[in-house]
Write a protein that binds this ligand. Sequence first.
Ligand SMILES: CCCCCCCC/C=C\CCCCCCCCCCCCCCCC(=O)SCCNC(=O)CCNC(=O)[C@H](O)C(C)(C)COP(=O)(O)OP(=O)(O)OC[C@H]1O[C@@H](n2cnc3c(N)ncnc32)[C@H](O)[C@@H]1OP(=O)(O)O
Ligand code: FAD
Length: 661
Amino acid sequence: MNPDLRKEREAATFNTELLTHILDGGSERTRRRREIESLVIGDPDFCHEDANFLSRSERYEAAVKKSALMIMKMREYGISDPDEIYYYKCIANGSHPEAIGLHFVMFLPTLKSLCTPAQMDKWLPLALSFQVIGTYAQTEMGHGTHIRALETTATFDPATQEFVLNSPTVSSIKWWPGGLGKTSNHAIVLAQLYTQGQCHGLHAFIVPIRAMGTHEPLPGVVVGDIGPKFGFDEIDNGFLKLENVRIPRENMLMKYAKVEPDGRYIKPPSDKLTYGTMVFIRSMVVGESAKAISKACTIAIRYSTVRRQSELRPGEPEPQILDYQTQQFKLLPLLATAYAFHFVGQYMRQTYLRITGDINLGDFSELPELHALSAGLKAFTTWVASAGIEVCRMSCGGHGYSHCSSLPGIYVNFTPTCTYEGENTVMMLQTARYLLKSYTQASAGQKVSGMVSYLNEMSQQRLQPQQVSARSTSVNLKDLSSLVEAYKIRASKLVELAAKSLQTELQLMKTKEDAWNHCSIDLVRASDAHCHFVIVKLFCSKLAEVEDTAVHSALYSLAHLYALHGVYQNTGDFLQAGLLTVPQLTQVTQQLKELLSQIRPNSVALVDAFDYRDEMLNSVLGRYDGNVYDNMFEWARKSPLNQTEVHNSFYKYLKPLQSKL
Ligand SMILES: CCCCCCCC/C=C\CCCCCCCCCCCCCCCC(=O)SCCNC(=O)CCNC(=O)[C@H](O)C(C)(C)COP(=O)(O)OP(=O)(O)OC[C@H]1O[C@@H](n2cnc3c(N)ncnc32)[C@H](O)[C@@H]1OP(=O)(O)O
Ligand SMILES: Cc1cc2nc3c(=O)[nH]c(=O)nc-3n(C[C@H](O)[C@H](O)[C@H](O)COP(=O)(O)OP(=O)(O)OC[C@H]3O[C@@H](n4cnc5c(N)ncnc54)[C@H](O)[C@@H]3O)c2cc1C
């Protein structure tokens, strides 16, 4: 064990294990998670070559092999609970995406949410036994965001009781679906439904694309891989062109919308139910943001205590780089963010399960809140985490740029979350739509509920003007509950500002849509402030559940840092809302510095509490034992370029060049 890391751990003021239990949701869950993780770590079948040294094709093959192995092993161990499957996969996949991930995260959930009982009886056993391997094919070359404009058609032919699927243009070719290129034999295809000469909008269809058994593309199906990308090397994101592909009527997912044998169309209770799987993934991605940023922080913080550089005091040994205030300022707010997102991820997951439970019972009343919250929090957390991973990488200096740190891999595999499952700006605008609707309702005296209920207070204040002395004064920077209140007021002011901006634009005789576009910066800003408030509030509420005083105190400092750092980054908003005064600005920095000093001694324990095994981080810089340099040398020696002392290119190009000049 590196002595610096040992000292850090010995100096921690709280019991790391207790905090791990809180993160997991109880000691029993920690025990079971570790038990499952050990099944992977102790398994020689999962000891494989470092993926960094493989070609893309080799990486894809290794990932498919791993997926197949995981399925077999989980069956053998009787692991079937979704959370347990998730633990197992997290350790086996590390920071890499899973080759048949789309089958699990989108194909199966779409079947579960949109199949009739009869369809479920047919497709679920096939999908669970992997006779059917599926993907989710929605995005086309021409449209990803504006899905109402998708061009793929599914036309009902009552004579044969079939739908005929077509990609009528080049831009309508399905593009991007994961696992489509080579792995899947079926796709859930989102297409415009035509029946009795009328278009009824987007609906989901199960389309066989490859023959079961031979895996050859079926007639009329043109399918393949879209080529190398920024990351996602393990995934065969694919294209799909459909040329008069016929599927039985029963292959339209008909839990809500239906086409009768005579071609009559039966409307669903809400046309947004087709979008359910996207809401599911957005809700779950919030927790993925926490995971990505907590891994990056673990690597960067452990390395920053092992790495010694430069001179702090003349004549003294080089300090640990984490002792530089600037290094703390880069990393500790991100550590606080990781904790905040973890708790928000848990909340989002519970909220998703609760509201979809109600939806399954026919109560759709909270669907708009779920959509707005999942869209906004998905965008907010993935943006912050993505930028944060880059900060972590750069905070490791040159070694952060090496794949041995794992940070480049974490970044390239995480950053597409800002784009997929709804491009982030577009998602923020969806949240804004809900905020403005809620604002209008609250302004009209109607009560709004859920996370936007603070808008009721704003309208009450307008109806009953308060005495000057009773109005909100500036924030108390040392008090977390005062900061939560400040975030709430900031959010309500920015929602109001966006609403007024929209009204102004509307008065300029623009169309509603033009007016919306002309104030969309204000709208995104309002959504951002709303999400920020939700996160600060949820982090703060979590503290009330923590009984152990030492752990509570460590978490309180983190929550305080998270909230205060947000004020520092958005001083303009807080000044504009009258929540902060100019003289307070220096206090914000002063208070931040105090918090950095308070958290610094616990920083290693705080990342240890995430409990990532080395096998999961796969980072030389982030090793638990801190033995970075020996292992970095060993890792580099494995580079394929080092397989021979003299590389082929010397004989082919350099030697002839030397002989010519
Ligand atoms: C089965 C459940 C099991 C539960 C088990 C739980 C336990 C699990 C444990 C572990 C699981 C771990 C899972 C981990 C998952 C990690 C994921 C990581 C890997 C994932 C890899 C994924 C790859 C990516 C896949 C994709 O990208 S698929 C393609 C995604 N595409 C998009 O997202 C497109 C974005 N565009 C849109 O969504 C829409 O076009 C739009 C922008 C929203 C606009 O839509 P539209 O034009 O139709 O609407 P508007 O006119 O703008 O609005 C009309 C009204 O409708 C409302 N609206 C819009 N969308 C929705 C919605 N989805 N739901 C509800 N309401 C919606 C809108 O607000 C408007 O309302 P109004 O009242 O204002 O009129
Ligand atoms: C790694 C990866 C995996 C994917 N996997 C799948 C999959 O499995 N299945 C699938 O169907 N799809 C998948 N996708 C596609 C993905 O869902 C889309 O790329 C995504 O929805 C964004 O759509 P787009 O590419 O059309 O972006 P665009 O909409 O073209 O976005 C480009 C820019 O335009 C802006 N913009 C667009 N519309 C608006 C608006 N209304 N207001 C303001 N700004 C706007 C955006 O903010 C953005 O800055 C995947 C993508 C990636 C990168």
